[in-house]
Ligand binder design. Structure first.
Ligand code: PHE
Length: 464
């Protein structure tokens, strides 16, 4: 295959790629979403199912995405175009670029809250809270303030643009090499703090002792959907990062490390949060408000809470930032590769466009709270559209393409590059991957998708 690759940037090292890709995976999904959905769905039992989904679907699809990127050295649109030459497959790549806009527009709003909360933590605002109610009122008063919510969205987007503007090696890779270790250190400190609080054992038990009665078909599908979101799959973020990867490095090896880091961080974030929540006698199943409404109360009640609250929101903002840069990079790579734009121009234009698309999401908490489409406000609609439609459909087509369309002998040749010893010593790993990517992933993703648009429930009802 002759794809021109000259002049395209690459990661400086294998570690650089792993840290950047882990940075994309580790985000609001791990620290904001995962603890509250685990809290609402039975703790340990949900976590167990989630781990299976990560292994059975997450890892195989991640390998497929990175492989598509590395083989073609292109953004999602260019990758499908180079390998299929069909407008239909190219449209799947285009859907990824659109998903980049959609996700970033609501993701930036939550990341903006987190950024804003760093300053609230520094000001000591949380010390006025005794009860979750007063924290909820406080959160409500901030998010109904248009200048606060739009302002922090804008600031967060500027940070994201700054890193992507500086390029793959000097921006994304360098940023990830500084931010990811910092994130890990802060999280480990918070986890140790959580475990050493009086009453933390109830939090640990919540994570380790499964209560299977709380698990339903619904939680299985939720776990699967989250496995997708948390590994940044289905929209080409991992494809784009894979496109800067060297053919000398092993894709299965790197993917395994990324999945391990993402899962490890979600679990220790869960330990840090649940030990603290249980030790202060609060409710773990507090929904999306767990981080912005319950945790501030936890901090006021815990010794040293002032400093830990600053660390926590710094951690959350860093995690969101290393993910949002990967979202913007998908859009930027498309304009750089396909439309021959200069990177700097693409960043300024599309960073601004994403900010503008994010404004209605931000205003969904105040000025246009009553404007609803399909019963959802703009923010919820963007989240729903991305997590329930664009990512699963994208993931489904990515696995179908790699498993059935590209030509599996060619797939294996590409996958083997950089992973020769793995192929020689552990051929069964490849056999497993083949089975998962050909059968398990497409079928399971299809089921999640049917569920998210409500069709599966209709079918289940028919058989009742
Ligand atoms: N994986 C990120 C998180 O867990 C979210 C994300 C999804 C980032 C899709 C890029 C692409 O927060």
């Amino acid at each position: 295959m002759s794809v021109k690759t000259s002049g395209r940037e690459n990661w400086g090292s294998k570690v650089g790629f792993i840290l950047a890709a882990a940075g994309s995976a580790i985000g609001l999904g791990n620290i904001w979403k995962f603890p509250y959905i685990a809290g609402e769905n039975g703790g340990a039992a949900f976590i167990f199912i989630y781990l299976i989904c990560i292994a059975v679907i997450g890892l195989p699809v991640l390998i497929a995405e990175v492989l598509l990127g590395r083989t073609t050295q292109r953004n999602p649109v260019g990758a499908f175009k180079a390998l299929s030459n069909s407008p239909y497959w190219t449209a799947i790549g285009a859907m990824g670029v659109i998903a980049g806009f959609v996700i970033l527009s609501f993701y930036g709003v939550v990341a903006g809250w987190s950024f804003g909360y760093i300053f609230e933590a520094i000001k000591g605002s949380f010390y006025e809270f005794e009860q979750p109610n007063s924290a909820a009122d406080f959160f409500g008063s901030l998010t109904s303030n248009v200048a606060w919510i739009v302002g922090f969205l804008a600031l967060f987007m500027c940070l994201t643009m700054f890193i992507v503007y500086s390029g793959v090696q000097k921006g994304i890779e360098r940023g990830s090499k500084i931010l990811m270790p910092l994130l890990l250190i802060i999280l480990i400190i918070l986890m140790i703090k959580g475990i050493t609080l009086d009453g933390s054992e109830k939090g640990i038990a919540f994570i380790l002792q499964p209560d299977w009665s709380l698990v339903s078909g619904e939680s299985v599908l939720l776990a699967l959907g989250h496995a997708f979101f948390t590994l940044s799959l289905g929209m080409g973020a991992m494809m784009t990062y894979g496109s800067y990867m060297s053919k000398k490095d092993s894709i299965p090896g790197a993917s395994l490390q990324i999945v391990f880091l993402d899962t490890f961080i979600a679990l220790i974030a869960g330990v840090a949060i649940f030990t603290a929540v249980f030790a202060t006698g609060l409710d773990p199943a507090a929904g999306p408000g767990l981080i912005f409404q319950t945790l501030p109360v936890v901090f006021t009640k815990m010794p040293g809470g002032y400093i830990f609250s600053i660390m926590f929101f710094l951690l959350l903002t860093i995690a969101a930032l290393t993910s949002s840069i990967s979202l913007l990079e998908v859009v930027v790579a498309y304009f750089v590769d396909e439309k021959k734009w200069a990177r700097k121009k693409a960043v300024i234009v599309f960073g601004t466009v994403t900010f503008l698309v994010g404004v209605p999401s931000a205003l969904s908490f105040n000025l246009i709270a009553d404007v609803k489409l399909f019963g959802l406000n703009f923010f919820d609609l963007a989240d729903w559209l991305a997590s329930n439609i664009l990512l699963p459909v994208g993931g489904l087509f990515i696995s179908v393409f790699v498993a059935w369309v590209w030509g599996f002998d060619k797939v294996l040749v590409e996958l083997k590059r950089g992973a020769e010893s793995l192929f020689d010593n552990y051929p069964w790993i490849i056999t497993f991957w083949k089975i998962f990517i050909k059968y398990f992933s497409p079928v399971l993703i299809f089921l999640v998708f049917l569920h998210s648009i409500g069709v599966l429930d209709l079918i289940i009802d028919l058989f009742k």
